[in-house]
Design a protein around this ligand. Structure first.
Ligand SMILES: NC(=O)c1ccc[n+]([C@@H]2O[C@H](COP(=O)([O-])OP(=O)(O)OC[C@H]3O[C@@H](n4cnc5c(N)ncnc54)[C@H](O)[C@@H]3O)[C@@H](O)[C@H]2O)c1
Ligand SMILES: [Zn+2]
Length: 349
């Protein structure tokens, strides 16, 4: 088992990564009042396991999926926390994918101005990305993650045993964030290419997860509140989030892959990277997303991109672009220009 420290100023966290990580809970939190938040799929698949890992804890089960990442579900969780009479030293356990991690994390931040929080990520996406770094949120007023807080978990228990029940589509979704990390970090990128035949091998993915967590831990420790280095993690996300809000059918990681594909053309044509590097980004995306689907009326998604939290000027869309292996740059484009680039998605590839 690997232990990765995330040395943020607000609260340092420890990530336990490897087989048996989930069992660490009983050792680390013996005698604490735990409260588990999970979704209906995880509750069904892991009913017995939840009883073993968190024997006396109340379990709050909410509907699965991005659609439930809203204020109704958030307040349902808070209601259940009050009903269970939690106190500030109770431990909220976010057991699930990124949706549960973001929502239960926000509930933990809000309840009595903050309870203790442990993330137990059960999807590849949550293991490699969302459970680490302390971003919590719900979607609101048509904007992704519009209402939220930075709230670090004390502990993240990243156990690959949960990945065996993940549908292939969710593995692909997690690979979206793994590839993003590979584009941002030259060494991880090289490793990904060398081992591209093994990207569906779950034991190999948990090794890659540890690399991605170490990378994110370093970035988040340097810039917890996203005023500098952390902005690199938004690669592919301006377009990804806009498409996710407009079309909604696919999952977050798939939209990030499509976002990185489109934004590689923007980087190339706006002089941010060489054509060869833009091709490298597209080839990397193609390792898991060989075909880019057609999005009818993609240009209209500009209205969602204009609502993005990352923008700093009215009427402009801010994008994190890959500038070279291990290099990135933030670029602001006028809405008209960005809409023209979105038009490339209307043809598909
Ligand atoms: N906080 C952050 O830094 C951060 C980073 C990246 C993404 N996110 C957020 O994460 C969310 C996406 O996360 P996600 O892809 O994990 O989605 P998710 O939580 O909706 O999980 C995807 C699906 O997998 C199911 N599932 C979960 N664990 C399972 C398991 N072990 N076996 C079988 N099925 C399982 C879920 O019920 C759900 O249907 C988005 O809302 C995104 O905004 C947050
Ligand atoms: Zn993401």
């Amino acid at each position: 088992m690997q232990i990765i420290e995330v040395n943020t100023k607000s609260r340092p966290s420890k990530v336990y990564c490897g087989e048996g990580a989930a069992e660490k809970f009983s050792e680390l939190y013996a005698g604490c009042d735990a409260f588990v938040v999970t979704d209906a799929n995880v509750a069904r698949l892991y009913a017995a396991r939840i009883g073993e890992l968190f024997p006396h804890a109340p379990v709050c089960v909410v509907p699965a999926g991005e659609r439930s990442k809203n204020r109704n579900t958030l307040f349902k969780i808070l209601d259940a926390m009050f009903a269970a009479q939690l106190h500030r030293s109770s431990v909220v356990v976010a057991l699930g994918g990124g949706v549960i991690g973001d929502m239960a994390g926000l509930a933990a931040a809000l309840y009595m101005r903050g309870t203790r929080l442990v993330q137990v990520p059960t999807t590849l996406l949550a293991q490699v990305d969302s459970s680490v770094g302390g971003k919590t949120a719900i979607d609101y007023a048509g904007v992704k993650n519009a209402v939220g807080a930075f709230y670090q978990p004390e502990t993240v228990l990243c156990d690959p045993a949960f990945l065996h029940t993940l549908p292939p589509r969710e593995v692909k979704c997690g690979l979206g964030e793994v590839l993003k990390t590979g584009i941002l970090d030259a060494a991880i990128g090289e490793k990904l290419w060398e081992s591209r035949e093994r990207l569906s091998d779950l034991s190999y993915l948990s090794e890659l997860a540890a690399d991605c967590i170490r990378f994110k831990a370093r970035i988040v420790a340097e810039d917890e509140r996203e005023s500098g280095a952390r902005r690199c993690l938004n690669l592919g996300h301006t377009t990804g989030h806009a498409l996710e809000l407009a079309y909604g059918r696919r999952s977050h990681g798939e939209y990030v892959l499509i976002g990185m594909w489109l934004e590689s053309f923007i980087a190339e044509r706006e002089g941010v990277c060489t054509p060869a590097h833009a091709q490298y980004v597209r080839d990397t995306v193609a390792l898991v997303q060989p075909r880019i689907p057609v999005f009818k009326d993609a240009r209209a998604c500009v209205k969602y991109a204009l609502l993005d939290k990352k923008n700093s000027a009215r009427g402009a869309v801010s994008l994190t672009l890959s500038a070279g292996k291990g290099e990135w740059k933030v670029l602001a484009l006028s809405a008209e220009k960005y809409a023209d680039y979105l038009g490339m998605l209307e043809g598909g590839r």
